[in-house]
Design a protein around this ligand. Sequence first.
Ligand SMILES: [Cu+2]
Length: 153
Amino acid sequence: MKIFLTIIGIVIIVIVIIFLVKSPSQRPADITLPTPVVSDANTTIPTTSASSTADQALLSSPKTVTFNVTGKSLSFLPDEIRVKKGDHVKINFTSMDSTHDFVIDEFSIRTDRLQAGVSDTVEFIADKTGIFEYYCSFGEHKAMGMTGTLIVE
Ligand SMILES: [Cu+2]
């Protein structure tokens, strides 16, 4: 029995170490080295196959912009996000209390419903300009004011 518990303990420690090693190294990599992300983003843009648009794609290759958003006290921080059309937007959302999620209908993105202290990441290409609402879809949180504004310019 003791050996069994020891093995489980070791496995948990290894998983935690893998998480700790992975997450900080991934996030700075996106900021300092946008190139690997660009090829990833290109696959979702249907214009890359046309050679006439290849030059345009090079000139305005998608830039990855990352936002850390928290949900707390029925509000989002920040409650306004501003990006450029064509940006590859990455939202790391963390619930700080209660159960929250992060939803933008127009870009069909939705995080998991998160308990306090839990994070989830969603990504999309801001392929249209405009002012869009993000909100928490849990319970009556949206009606109680848990909304924010995404501005694509
Ligand atoms: Cu909520």
